[in-house]
Design a protein around this ligand. Structure first.
Ligand SMILES: *Cc1c(COP(=O)(O)O)cnc(C)c1O
Length: 502
C-alpha cells in the first residue's frame, strides 16, 4: 500500500515513510492510494476478538511494510490495562432509546486523543528502524493544553525519540499545567513560553521551516518531526474504534440472522480528524447510514456542508468545548480529495483559495456526494449546557462539553428527520477533564463560583458517584519534574540547549 499526496506534489511513499514525514513537505497530506474493503463475513469474523486483535485485522492492510509481529507489538504496547482504565479500552454505554456513547476517554489523559497517541509513537519508532538515517527524532509540539499531555504520555520512553512540548505560560489551566509538568519519562521535556498559544505555534512552525536549524540539528544526529493530527499515523488508529463500537452494539442487539442494521455515527468535530476516521470506516465496509458532523459556535463546517462554501473569515469564538474551537479544519482536505475522485488539481485549487482568501467553494456535484453521507449541525453554549444538565437529570450520566455538543446536534437531527437508526456518539473527553464547565452547566452558570479546579473535581465525583478519572487524581501531590521557561523568541535556542544536554 503506497501513500499519495492530496496535491500530487510528491512521489508515492510507503506507510512508514508517510508516518515518518507527517505531512507532505511541500504542502498536502498523505492518503492511502486505495481503501481496503472488508466483506460482511470478514466483519463477522472480528467478533469475540480483543481490541488489539480487531485493530490488527483492520490496520494491517494499511501498513504493509510493517511485519505482523511489529504491528502486534505496537498494538500490545498501546492498548492494555496499564494504559487504559477500562478492560474494553473503548466501551459502549447505552444512554437510552438507541443512543449509545462510545467512551473514548479511558486512556492516560482522559481524552480521545490517547486512542491514537498511545499507538502512533510506536508506529513511528518502528518506522525509524526501517529508515536509512540513524538520527534520533525530536518531536516538537505547541499546545494549548490537551494535545501536549496526550503526546507526552504517548512518547514517554519510546526508543529513538525525544519530545519537547511548548505551552503558553499562564495560558493553560492549573490542572493542565500540572498534568504536563509532572510527566515521567527520560525523553520528555516541557517548556512554558512567555507568550500566547499562537506565539508557541508560530515559533514551532518557523523552526520546522528553518534550514539552518535543520543542519545544526543534523550535525548532532537529530531530525525533527511532529505528532499533530494530520499525520496518517494518528488517523489510522481512530478507524478501529468505530468498528469496535458496531461490534459491541450488534452484540447487545443480538438478533441472529437479520442483515446488519446500519448505524449513525455522531462526532463532535474540530480539525475533522475523528470524523474522517469514521468516513474511512464506512468506506471499508462498516454499515453506516449517516455521519453527523457536530460543531460548536465555530460553525464553519456546518456552513460548509450546508452551502458548499468554506469561509474561515469569521469571528473566532472561545467556547466551553475548546478542543473544537477551530476555523481551519486540516483534515477536510483528505475528504475533498477522495470525494473529487483523487483529483489533486482541484484539491490544490481549493486549498490555494483557502490560503489566499480564507474561503473556497465546491461545485454542486461535490456537494451532493458529501450530502449523501454527511449531515452537519452545530450547538451553541446554552444548548450545550442544557444537554449536560438534562442528560444528568434524566439518565444520571455526566457528559463532557464536547460530547454534549455531539448529543445536542444529534437530538436536533433526530427530531428533524425521525431517523431512528441506532446512533453512536463519540464521547471524546471525560467530564472530569472539563470539570468546571460541566459543573457550571449543572448549576445553570458558566463557571461555578468560588471553587478551584480541584474542588470541582471532587464535587463532580460526588455527583456522579464515580471516582475522579485516574489521569486527574492526586495531581497536587505529584512531583513537578519540568520547570523550564523561555521567551517566545528563545524557543530555537531552548531546543538546542535541551538537546545538547545543558
Ligand atoms: C481534539 C478533540 C476534538 C476534536 O477532534 P478532531 O479530530 O480535531 O475533529 C473533540 N473533542 C475533544 C475532547 C478533543 O480533544
Amino acid at each position: 500500500m503506497m501513500y499519495i499526496s492530496t496535491r500530487g506534489n510528491h512521489e508515492p511513499v510507503t506507510a512508514s515513510m508517510a508516518i515518518r514525514l507527517g505531512m507532505v513537505p511541500r504542502g498536502g497530506l498523505f492518503v492511502p492510494e486505495r481503501i481496503p474493503v472488508f466483506t460482511p463475513e470478514q466483519l463477522e469474523a472480528l467478533r469475540g476478538k480483543s481490541y488489539p486483535a480487531v485493530a490488527q485485522q483492520l490496520i494491517s492492510p494499511y501498513l504493509d511494510d510493517y511485519s505482523d509481529n511489529e504491528i502486534t507489538a505496537c498494538l500490545n504496547w498501546a492498548y492494555n490495562e496499564h494504559n487504559f482504565s477500562h478492560p474494553r479500552i473503548a466501551p459502549l454505554y447505552h444512554l437510552h432509546d438507541k443512543i449509545h456513547l462510545l467512551e473514548l476517554w479511558h486512556g492516560p489523559t482522559a481524552a480521545f486523543k490517547d486512542m491514537a497517541l498511545q499507538l502512533m509513537p510506536h508506529l513511528l519508532s518502528q518506522a525509524l528502524e526501517k529508515g536509512e538515517g540513524r538520527d534520533e527524532l525530536v518531536i516538537l509540539v505547541a499546545t494549548s493544553g490537551d494535545t501536549g499531555k496526550a503526546a507526552l504520555e504517548g512518547f514517554s520512553d519510546v526508543p529513538g525519540i525525544r519530545i519537547i512540548v511548548f505551552y503558553p505560560s499562564g495560558g493553560v489551566s492549573r490542572v493542565q499545567e500540572l498534568q504536563m509538568t509532572t510527566t515521567m519519562g527520560a525523553n520528555t521535556y516541557v517548556v512554558a513560553v512567555r507568550g500566547n498559544f499562537d506565539d508557541c505555534q508560530a515559533a514551532v512552525k518557523d523552526i520546522f521551516a528553518d534550514r539552518q536549524m535543520e543542519n545544526r540539528l543534523g550535525e548532532n544526529g537529530f531530525a525533527l518531526s511532529s505528532a499533530n493530527s494530520i499525520n496518517w499515523g494518528r488517523l489510522l488508529p481512530q478507524i478501529v474504534y468505530y468498528f469496535w463500537a458496531w461490534l459491541q452494539l450488534t452484540e447487545q442487539e443480538g438478533d441472529g440472522d437479520a442483515p446488519p442494521e446500519p448505524i449513525n455515527i455522531v462526532v463532535p468535530t474540530g480539525n475533522f480528524g475523528n470524523i474522517l476516521a469514521a468516513w474511512y470506516a464506512w468506506k471499508m465496509g462498516l454499515p453506516v447510514k449517516k455521519l453527523i458532523c457536530a460543531s460548536n459556535e465555530n460553525r464553519v463546517l456546518t456552513d460548509f456542508f450546508q452551502s458548499g462554501i468554506y469561509d474561515s473569515n469569521r469571528e473566532f469564538h472561545r467556547t466551553s468545548s475548546p478542543s473544537m474551537d477551530i476555523l481551519v479544519s486540516g483534515n477536510l482536505e483528505r475528504l475533498l480529495f477522495a470525494i473529487s475522485g483523487n483529483d489533486a488539481n482541484r484539491t490544490q485549487h481549493w486549498m490555494d483559495e483557502l490560503k489566499k482568501n480564507g474561503v473556497f467553494q465546491v461545485d454542486a456535484a461535490t456537494r451532493q456526494s458529501l450530502d449523501r453521507i454527511i449531515h452537519a449541525g452545530c450547538a451553541g453554549e446554552l444548548e450545550t449546557r442544557g444537554t449536560i444538565c438534562e442528560t444528568y437529570a434524566k439518565y444520571g450520566y455526566l457528559l463532557d462539553t464536547h460530547t454534549a455538543v455531539g448529543l445536542s446536534v444529534y437530538n436536533k437531527y433526530r427530531a428533524e428527520t425521525a431517523d431512528t437508526v441506532p446512533a453512536i456518539i463519540a464521547a471524546t473527553a471525560s467530564p472530569f477533564k472539563f470539570s468546571s464547565s460541566v459543573l457550571g452547566a449543572l448549576r445553570g452558570e458558566e463557571k461555578p463560583g468560588g471553587m478551584d479546579e480541584f474542588a470541582t473535581l471532587k464535587e463532580l465525583s460526588r455527583l456522579s458517584g464515580a471516582p475522579v478519572h485516574p489521569a486527574l487524581q492526586d495531581l497536587q501531590r505529584k512531583t513537578v519534574r519540568h520547570n523550564l521557561t523561555c521567551g517566545k523568541d528563545e524557543i530555537g535556542r531552548t531546543i538546542l540547549e535541551i538537546l545538547s544536554g545543558r
